[in-house]
Design a protein around this ligand. Sequence first.
Ligand code: GTP
Ligand code: MG
Length: 579
Amino acid sequence: MRRSVSLSIAMASSLGVCRLHMRGRGGLVKSLRRVQTFVHRNTGTVVAAADGDPLRKEATDEKHGRRSLSAVQAERQGQAERSVLISCNPRTNEKKFLKFLSRHGDVSKYFFYESYGIYALVEFTKRESVASLLEEAAIPTVSHEALVPFKTRLLSLKNIDSVGSTNQQYQPQTTAPINQLIQRLSREESIDRQVISLTESYQLTEENSRLRFLVCSLLQDMVAAYFPECAIKPFGSSVNGFGKLGCDLDMILDLDSISGRKAKTPKSASSLEYQLKRASTERAVTQSILSVIGECVDQFGPGCVGVQKILNARCPLLRFAHQPSSFQCDLTANNRVAVKSTELLYLYGQLDPRVRFLVFTVRCWARAHGITSSIPGAWISNFSLTVMVLFFLQRRSPPIIPTLDHLKGLAGPADKSVIEGNDCTFVSDFSRIQLRSNTETLEQLLCEFFDFYATFAFGKMSINIRKGKEQNKPEVAPLHIQNPFEISLNVSKNVNATQLGRFVALCQESSWLLQQVETATPTGGAAGNTPRPWGLAALLQPSQVAEIKSRKKRRREPASERIRTLLESLKNNKQPNKS
Ligand code: GTP
Ligand code: MG
């Protein structure tokens, strides 16, 4: 049922609509079912969609409350278009702030956060309120400097009374340090609880998701100066359900409505066409569009700094930092296969809550050990790692998730999608997907994941989520993971033997750790004391892994020493010394 979100100012403050808590959520969830509800709240939202959103009903799986990614995105985009971002004084009087805003209309949601200063994201119930607010905003006057008079929905609040003192907490938008997480996990009573707790601590919050869509919307306003019908949409981990607080913001410039891909059929025999400039290839068009937008963002975009044009990459992109949100942004265009990959990952994550928990945990584990990195290189990427987890879940008996070929078989006519000759079709209607009954716990799955990849025949076999079975490697590469949609490509082509070796060694160690009583069982700890890291907490601790490994090595030393002496004595045809 749709809930009215028009709140009066009084209600807004008495309900404390939302002060941003970028990390941590109280209250333990007692079962995966409850957790699933929680997960849906975070990928979608409980707040109502924009009026008359046609996508919403059609794309909702009523029984499980699951919604398609496009429905979630449409709702989020609507919210973002009714929102503004306001830089505030840290001691801004909240009541006066809300009263000031209410002159322009009802506020449906607001929250404060910290990023190079204090900001408030304010969402109005109606778009007209934003227009009215912007009417009131003035171009500042500054001495000794000149300003580019480029107006956006990023504003600064001046001259609102400050309170004398404030105990308001403005949380940063990044995750808690790993040591704090390890302590938190060590207090949990089971590995299942640890996995859930890790996900709760590190996943994107409702507020952070809203902020991501707002940044896309702000950028869309800038690009609309050139392409009024364009859309800028987030993809990747910002929306696929596996995003961690602080992850980058991948955006795609969607020009489909103008590009002729969705061409209208002419109403009469005679028709008009736009005269356009020509370029040699579609890639050249993408490069020139991103280049011009890069200039605009660099020269005019408030809060956008460090703009880099990376136009010669396989997929040309613009990279910049958006200071008011602290997001590292990547803008691409014409990258529709990546959007399809995002939809697929989202769908798998929604099918069973264990998918999301396991992917999240493995991604954090890999990051803690430097198996993945934010810097490009020969490492395994988060995308490759996610595909590896999905493949593992397809290999369970019975499988936890279906193969991509199976999802393709369930697709309806509206799901048909061919991008640059690649068949990207798969079902979008959740209710058509029947899952097999697998009751494995998160703990079992985590242990089995490490075992699976500790012994996987990487030398001969390729990972293939389309078939859900390993296939013979079609080419020489240390790690071969078939690209789900561009099937002739290897998504982990960049990975070298050293990095794969590190991953396998770490899987072996983690599997071993989870079989040791001392690390696999809760340690309790005296009241008030932090328990010794155990279970998942022990797996996240590099020093613990190294220490146990070296202990293991020390224990083995006398034996290998004895063997060495024995071999040497045999070589010299002498009896070893008996002492
Ligand atoms: P983090 O940014 O590391 O949190 O994860 P991410 O999933 O956002 O990865 P990344 O920013 O590297 O890529 C963004 C999205 O592009 C991914 O989620 C995929 O949907 C898609 N993508 C990335 N690499 C590949 C690839 O090699 N092949 C395909 N088909 N899609 C890819
Ligand atoms: Mg990303």
